[in-house]
Design a protein around this ligand. Structure first.
Ligand SMILES: Nc1nc(=O)c2c([nH]1)NC[C@@H]1CN(c3ccc(C(=O)N[C@@H](CCC(=O)O)C(=O)O)cc3)CN21
Ligand SMILES: O=c1ccn([C@H]2C[C@H](O)[C@@H](COP(=O)(O)O)O2)c(=O)[nH]1
Length: 288
């Protein structure tokens, strides 16, 4: 994952200080592209330990078309909880619960979960029902029947619905590309938190590529990651510099249960990561 460290170095050396919505402050560049050949291994960072289980669950949650954090919270995935919690804090029902108590209520009280756990029409909703279009089914069918198409696009950016989303989509658009029996995927990410979000996003879309390749009988090719505003938050400089002192190790391997033929049939137990030997994890605050 030298590719990732190159991005970090590029921003530290060439990035400009930029204010942002969260008032944390960032160093930022506009426009950056990374390429990962999936034949060379699974692109999971080795310069810090990345919690893959959260990534897999999040992806399965998108594929289900789900937008309520209940599924994530039930599976102990915490990455989306801050946003509904902030909203809950501003409501009449809020009784000084901590985020842990809030999560517990989401788990045990389904009425509470439907009232306070929904993020609005975020990824899952747009992937499966963009103004009535199931984009994921459409893409899978096109890849199988019309692989040379240059229109294999899936968009999460639905301008009419942005105002109803807890957070406007960061991974706004993906395009598939099929050539010589290989499937590639390019992501256009409008905004990328290089320390927290990007390692997750790389792994997540690499995984989606492997899954789609399997169910369309293609070999995985390249994941191309294009970022618009690529930034390092000012409270993450230390964590990034620490990673820059670490020499990347060999990439792990990801194998999928070969019996799965439909995207919706994948379950957490169908993913096996092997030979993952990362350096220790590094903590950092998420800017909300
Ligand atoms: N500022 C910001 N950065 C993000 O990366 C981000 C957002 N906001 N908002 C929406 C989602 C949520 N994402 C998140 C949120 C939290 C972590 C995080 O805290 N990661 C820790 C712990 C992981 C875990 O508990 O599994 C990490 O060490 O990676 C990562 C991505 C990615 N996105
Ligand atoms: O998958 C994700 C989701 C979010 N991010 C980061 C990028 C930004 O730091 C924030 C979102 O704030 P905006 O003001 O809406 O850009 O979250 C990410 O890197 N990856």
């Amino acid at each position: 994952m030298k590719t990732y460290l190159d991005l970090c170095r590029h921003i530290l050396e060439n990035g400009q200080e930029k204010d942002d919505r969260t008032n944390t402050g960032t160093k930022s560049v506009f426009g950056y592209q990374m390429r990962f050949d999936l034949q060379e291994g699974f692109p999971l960072l080795t310069t810090k330990k990345v919690h893959l289980k959260s990534i897999i669950h999040e992806l399965l949650w998108f594929i289900k078309g789900d937008t309520n954090i209940k599924y994530l919270v039930d599976n102990d995935v915490k990455i989306w909880t801050d946003w509904p919690y902030q909203k809950y804090k501003q409501s009449m029902d809020y009784k000084n619960e901590t985020i842990e108590e809030f999560s517990e209520k989401i788990k045990t009280d389904s009425e509470f979960a439907s009232k306070y756990g929904d993020l609005g029409p975020v990824y899952g909703a747009q992937w499966r029902n963009f103004n009535g279009v199931d984009q994921l089914s459409y893409i899978l069918n096109e890849i199988k029947t019309n692989p040379s198409s240059r229109r294999l696009i899936l968009s999460a950016w639905n301008p009419a619905e942005i105002k109803n989303m807890a957070l406007p989509p960061c991974h706004t658009l993906i395009q598939f590309y099929v050539n010589k029996g290989k499937l590639s995927l390019q992501l256009y990410q409008r905004s990328g938190d290089v320390f927290l979000g990007i390692p997750f996003n790389i792994a997540s879309y690499a995984l989606l590529l492997l899954m789609v390749a399997q169910v369309t009988n293609l070999e995985p090719g390249e994941f191309v990651h294009t970022i618009g505003d690529a930034h390092i938050y000012s409270n993450h400089y230390e964590q990034i510099n620490k990673q820059l002192t670490r020499t990347p190790r060999a990439l792990p391997k990801m194998s999928l249960n070969k019996n799965i033929r439909h995207l919706e049939d994948f379950r957490i137990e169908d993913f096996t990561l092997s030979d993952y030997n990362p350096y220790s994890g590094i903590k950092g605050k998420v800017a909300v």
